[in-house]
Design a protein around this ligand. Structure first.
Ligand code: NPQ
Ligand code: MG
Length: 369
């Protein structure tokens, strides 16, 4: 199946609520949507790079440049029959994983649709539903955080993740733990600490957290192995794991016990599946991360999280938490037992609402073979 045309758009969707992390506050979701037109089907992908280089060095602007100059030209006119084909074509490009993942996953959707199979099945998924958690941004006070957590538990989520930063950490998490003694709870620091904060982080030990996510710098797998020996809370890595090889090294030196799998960070669904295999071989659980995706990226995440090694509830939540009106439908809804059903229709299982997409488009570019 030949790739005949690729369309890139930058879109802007207002978030229902601002989302604060240790690196800043997000109010509007700005991202790139990729459409890959192949002979008889089209596939859709989403680039999770943020506006600025806060989560990683990639941005909407750098991803746009990499896609138009180096990545899209590599796949245009090529024949694709499986995900590995796309992955191989893009292998020469170093880094820029979010841009790569956007194009790779759009092509994967097209491949799944052309074979008339759900993307989940193409990837090797075995689950019919995935367990859902929520990621809660930093709140103004511990009391406000407890109220937000109460709302999410009421909605049916099975695991609560709270964002932390120096000055909004132990006290905040403790307030949640006091009110909800048994809820599966974890904290994500987005690299806001250093080894010198080990004692502060050890104060979380008594709060019975399922894990602490990415306490130290993205390039500090080694320091995480030191920290992991100084605290009792299991360490989970997010930003530090950029390849299946990173996961192997991190697990083998004891830098983490758990891995957050995000296809944008890993450079696509193919390396995400491989990372999941590496962890599975070592008996390490993985879960699927999130980047406040639209239903396009969310659909890719749901398919990925259907693989057997995703044994923990992830950051893939229902659509209604994010935008008033999404660009693709149907929305993902939470079941009465805190899960999202894996789609059974071909490809990612959502259809883009082209009128809505047009309304939120700020930039558009079309590239042809
Ligand atoms: C994380 N996500 O696990 C990320 C961080 C994050 C859901 O906690 C726009 C684009 C906003 C990417 C906000 C969650 C974002 C973003 C947060 C990523 O570390
Ligand atoms: Mg994280």
């Amino acid at each position: 199946m030949r790739v005949e045309r690729v369309e890139l758009r930058t879109i802007e969707l207002p978030l229902l609520r601002p989302f604060e992390t240790s690196f800043g506050v997000e109010r509007v979701k700005r991202c790139i949507i990729v459409r890959a037109d192949c002979e008889w089907v089209s596939g859709w992908g989403e680039c999770v790079a943020m506006d600025g280089p806060w989560y990683s060095e990639e941005t909407v602007g750098t991803a746009w440049l990499m896609l138009t100059e180096f990545m899209v030209p590599e796949v245009l006119g090529r024949d694709l029959s499986c995900g590995e084909d796309v992955h191989r074509l893009l292998r020469r490009v170093r880094g820029n994983h979010m841009a790569k993942a956007a194009l790779e996953s759009a092509c994967m959707d097209a491949i799944a649709r052309s074979r008339e199979v759900p993307l989940a099945r193409l990837l090797g998924g075995t689950r019919t539903e995935i367990e859902c958690g929520v990621s809660i941004g930093i709140q103004p006070t511990p009391e406000a955080l407890v109220e937000t957590v109460a709302r999410e538990l009421e909605a049916g989520y099975r695991r609560i993740k709270v964002k932390i930063k120096p000055g909004a950490d132990v006290e905040y998490v403790r307030a949640v733990r006091r009110r909800f003694p048994d809820v599966p709870l974890m904290a994500d620091a987005n690299s806001a600490y250093s080894l010198e904060d080990a004692e502060r982080l050890a104060a979380l030990d008594e709060l019975d957290l399922a894990m602490i996510e990415q306490p130290l710098a993205p390039d500090d797998i080694l320091d995480h192995s030191v920290l992991a020996r100084r605290i009792r809370t299991p360490v989970c890595l997010d930003e530090s794991i950029r390849s299946p090889e990173d996961a192997r090294k991190a697990l083998d030196i004891g830098a983490c016990e758990i891995v957050n799998v995000k296809s944008g960070r890993l450079g696509g669904l193919v390396p995400s599946v491989r990372t999941h295999e590496v962890c599975r071989e070592r008996g390490a659980p993985v879960w699927c991360g999130g980047m406040l995706e639209t239903n396009v990226g969310r659909a890719h995440n749901v398919a990925l999280a259907s693989l057997p090694g995703f044994t923990l509830p992830g950051d893939v939540s229902a659509s209604d938490r994010y935008f008033e009106q999404d660009i693709a439908l149907p929305n993902f809804e939470l079941t009465d037992h805190g899960t999202i059903g894996v789609r059974e229709s071909p490809g990612i299982g959502v259809e883009v609402d082209e009128q809505r997409l047009e309304e939120v488009t700020r930039l558009r570019e079309e590239l042809r073979a």
